[in-house]
Design a protein around this ligand. Sequence first.
Ligand SMILES: [Zn+2]
Length: 116
Amino acid sequence: MKTKAKISIQNLPVSSVCKQCGRELPQEFFYVNRQTQCLDIYCKGCRKEIGRRRYNSGSWIRKEQRDKYSYLVITQVEDPIVRMELILHALKVVRQSVKHKRMKILEEEANRTDYV
Ligand SMILES: [Zn+2]
């Protein structure tokens, strides 16, 4: 007869994939949300890293938020870590699209000289 390994918390998956680093790790590498009884979507290592990043960039995020992104619903997300991730993603997207636009303008400018 097979005996199951002793698990401290029942009804949880034995392992989970971290949304940050993409590694599949055993459940003890994740924090457990006491309210939902679910494993964290980030492993403990990444969670720590996210917390540190949040702390370090707290001041500029607040400024950016106020200047540019105050209209976004993102700021109403309650979980500060999720909000942080969303904002960082939004910033990345905005930066990329700005770069794209600039390239397009340069391209158009280059084409325009043909008509002159
Ligand atoms: Zn991770």
